[in-house]
Design a protein around this ligand. Structure first.
Ligand code: ADP
Length: 428
């Protein structure tokens, strides 16, 4: 554990810390950020009425559109002179949002990433193969800073150039790799193609995030790279990677949210009402300690649930794997669908690989999904029995009849380093 005392702080003490931090935060943003003063005044809320996290529900949400309206620097709570770094989101869903950090923010960023890496199995003295993109995207530099803080040797490979990545894995012998799960799939396939035994590498742990993924991809990557793969979650608006992390010995039970810095809530996606633990909804964060660009109740649009794990090593709350972004949800004949649901079904068949795409089209007024999925080595994509099995399983599990097309190995696009688009929308 990187910081045992804070990671195992009894819940009562954690709440006290969060409450103190929130009270200060609210006073500060009300005084320093005109947008928040307006938000409070218009909602008729006095900053003094926020006494702790139990009062958070009174505060209006901050949405991505608010960041865009205040582009690029109007949400700063410190003078521009104090800003030491500026990042932007990847822009997956439109114009990127801009985020600024002062010295303390960068210190916290390093701290939460160091905690996350340790939680993923990494240790001081190991080497990190950092295949997240460097640049405006927070992934590369974010992981870099945290690994340095933990005492790892960072290899700043960045994304892409798969030949070079494999050479570095073989020659530099890093024990830890971080990248998107789809790029880890690409790497593990390339290893097979080149007949490289993953056991000949030193890599033991893979820290994967920046896009939704399921157990299907975990199995493929763990086998292909001979690693223990865990989930790291984050978003630039809150800090970058390192908002939450799955423990390498508690796989599948969710990712610890570092809630001394980022207070999470899950709310109903339609009404915004806070939901009880265990219920699925939109994840919302309040940055308790950020200074340059703190956010209150930021609507991430990511769908998951929260739960305390009494048998876990740490006291912080766990979030479930992200099902998808609310705006990536498809509505097919009245049924809500995330691509990860199809990925989970694919996982149940040995004759399929998690290389797939959902092609969405519109016939008259009806939206339709075609699942294009590659078969595993040794299986025939022309065999109709396999296709029918998948159609049937999707129907029974998701409740929708989808067209399925089995594809030969290598025919579905792979990640070249970054996030992979699994949905091809032909409706536009
Ligand atoms: P963009 O929204 O432009 O992609 P970011 O690069 O900041 O901006 O990415 C943050 C988003 O990436 C999150 O809101 C979430 O949708 C997704 N994401 C990040 N980590 C994970 C993860 N481990 N699992 C699922 N989705 C993730």
């Amino acid at each position: 554990m990187y910081k045992q005392e804070i990671e195992t702080l009894p819940l009562r003490k954690l709440r006290k810390l969060q409450n103190e931090r929130l009270v200060q935060l609210v006073q500060r943003v009300y005084a320093k950020v005109p947008f928040y003063k307006r938000q409070f005044d218009e909602a008729g809320i006095k900053p003094s009425s926020i006494k702790g996290v139990k009062d958070l529900h009174k505060i209006p949400f901050t949405q991505k559109a608010h960041l865009r309206d205040n582009y690029p620097f109007d949400l700063l709570a410190v003078p521009m002179k104090q800003v030491l770094r500026i990042h932007a989101s990847s822009g997956t869903t439109g114009k990127p949002t801009v985020v600024s950090y002062n010295r303390q923010d960068l210190r916290i960023f390093d701290e939460v990433v160091a905690r996350s890496l340790a939680c993923a199995g990494a240790k001081k003295g190991m080497k990190l193969h950092n295949a997240y993109g460097y640049g405006l995207f927070t992934g590369g530099l974010g992981m870099h800073g945290g690994a340095t803080k933990l005492g790892m040797a960072v290899i700043p490979v960045s994304g892409g150039m798969t030949d070079r990545q494999i050479m570095i894995l073989q020659d530099f012998k890093p024990e830890v790799i971080c990248c998107t799960p789809s790029y880890a799939q690409t790497l593990s396939e390339e290893m097979i193609k080149r007949n490289i035994d993953p056991k000949s590498l030193a890599v033991k742990y893979a820290v994967l995030g920046a896009e939704p993924w399921t157990e299907a991809i975990r199995s493929q990557v763990e086998l292909g790279l001979d690693v223990t793969a865990t989930n790291i979650y984050g978003l630039s608006e809150i800090i970058g990677p390192g908002v939450s992390q799955e423990d390498f010995e508690e796989k599948g039970s969710g990712s610890y949210v570092w809630e001394d810095h980022f207070f999470p809530e899950v709310v109903d996606k339609d009404t915004g009402e806070p939901l009880p633990y265990g219920e699925e909804g939109v994840l919302v964060f309040t940055t308790l300690t950020k200074q340059a660009m703190p956010l209150l109740r930021y609507w991430t649009n990511d769908i998951c649930s929260l739960e305390y794990d009494k048998s876990g090593k740490r006291t912080h709350v766990k979030m479930s794997a992200i099902k998808g972004r609310a705006d990536d949800m498809l509505i097919i004949r009245g049924v809500n669908l995330f691509y990860t649901q199809v990925e989970e079904v694919i996982n149940e068949f040995d004759f399929l690989t998690p290389n797939y795409q959902l092609i969405v089209s519109r016939k008259k007024t009806m939206d339709e999904v075609l699942v294009a999925v590659e078969v595993a080595a040794g299986f025939e994509h022309t065999n109709d029995v396999y296709r029918k099995k998948l159609v049937e399983k999707i129907k029974n599990t998701i409740g929708l009849t989808m067209r399925v097309q089995l594809a030969p190995m290598g025919s579905i696009p792979r990640s070249q380093g970054g996030k992979l688009q699994r949905i091809v929308d032909q409706r536009k």
